[in-house]
Ligand binder design. Structure first.
Ligand code: 13P
Length: 366
């Protein structure tokens, strides 16, 4: 393991206010999303869709890394460029999802444990040879009547830590993703308590397995009320609860917290991240960033709808979301960006929202 190279990759993934694009939906998940939009559920449709994403002009100005699916890394663009190379050409670091999915847990059938450790060392060696530089493993924790159980939390935490240790041995930065799901009626306080417990267990296992915290990234849920909780919370309350929870449980050596979107709308995911950065960026030890799947891709997938004629419009939709989240990392996202659909770049010296507002007032872009 070359720890300097690993640390440099982890730092590069959080640099310049950029974040990660998760485009690693498994085939069943991708097919479900395609089916809802009337898109054919074929390997060729997956390929065309992902080509639309990675060839979006300017994407690398906002996106530091892309998490690919195993199928994608074996495919090429229509011009014959392997996807891993196309991602590198876009100035984006390529990574890959390596877990084999969350499966029903013996003795705890309402809960899941993520599988995929068997043979992982060999798969990681191959991925590193292909040019991939980081990996992702997702564990799923459900809040419900009497759950999560200690058995579920500890089994998932141990698998995450064993995966992370294998990644670092192979020269890949592990993204450690313990996701407490939003589904349910639970309150934000319940999500806080479960997320804190899960994070303590995960970092305890990461320590036990000797994982280098400087060379990994955490990909967690935000602390939110359940989707069916009658009491929803303001962006300020979510930001406060999320940062308080992570300050208690995430060591300062971790370079970045890359939130997943988890089913939040694209606008809410940007606004909550922006509120967190506006209030706490200068006071927390890690970068508060994003590794969104749906919250980056959903508008683009809907616009694309499987039609070549829609590629350019879909790329504009993706780029808008990427720019909104770059602004969110600066604490500068505003709903105006969505309302205008403006693609005015978020220049580092200018507040993105100010420049969008100026465009709206004057009718001229700069
Ligand atoms: P969402 O942002 O859609 O939750 O996806 C993130 C992800 O990578 C899930 O593993």
């Amino acid at each position: 393991m070359n720890s300097h190279a690993l640390i440099a990759t982890a730092k590069a993934l959080v640099a310049d206010d950029k974040g990660i694009l998760a485009m690693d939906e498994s085939n069943p998940t991708c097919n479900k999303r395609f089916a809802k939009l009337g898109i054919p559920q074929t390997a060729e449709a997956h390929r065309s869709y992902r080509e639309m994403i990675v060839t979006t002009p300017g994407l690398g100005e906002c996106i530091s890394g892309a998490i690919l699916y195993d199928e994608t890394i074996r495919q090429s663009t229509s011009e014959g460029i392997p996807f891993v190379q196309a991602v590198i050409d876009a100035d984006i670091i390529p990574g890959v999802k390596v877990d084999a999915g969350a499966k029903a847990m013996a003795g705890h059938l309402c809960e899941k444990v993520t599988e995929g450790l068997d043979g992982l060392r060999d798969r990681l060696t191959e991925y590193a040879q292909i040019g991939l530089r980081f990996a992702k493993w997702r564990a799923v924790i459900v809040i419900g009547d009497g759950i999560p159980s200690r058995a579920c939390i500890e089994a998932n935490a141990q698998a995450l830590a064993r995966y992370a240790a294998l990644c670092q041995e192979a020269g890949l930065v592990p993204i450690v993703e313990p996701e407490v799901l939003m589904d349910g009626e639970h309150t934000m306080a319940q999500c806080f308590a479960v997320t804190e417990q899960v994070l303590h267990s995960v970092f305890d296992q990461l320590y036990t397995q000797g994982v280098m915290l400087e060379a990994m990234l955490l990909k967690p849920n935000m602390v939110l009320p359940g989707l069916n909780c009658p009491r929803q919370e303001t962006a300020e309350a979510v930001a406060e609860a999320t940062v308080s929870c992570f300050l208690r449980a995430v060591p300062a050596a971790v370079p970045g917290i890359m939130f997943l979107s988890g089913g939040q709308s694209a606008e809410l995911a940007s606004s909550r991240l922006s509120t967190m950065n506006a209030g706490f960026k200068s006071r927390v030890p890690w970068a508060l960033s994003f590794s969104y799947g749906r919250a980056l891709q959903q508008p683009a997938m809907k616009t694309w709808a499987g039609q070549d004629a829609n590629v350019e419009a879909a790329q504009q939709a993706l780029l808008l979301r990427a720019r909104c989240n770059l602004a969110a990392r600066r604490g500068q996202y505003s709903a105006v960006m969505d309302a205008t659909g403006s693609l005015t770049p978020a220049a580092s010296t200018t507040c993105a929202c100010t420049s969008v507002a100026r465009t709206k007032r004057t009718g001229h872009s700069q």
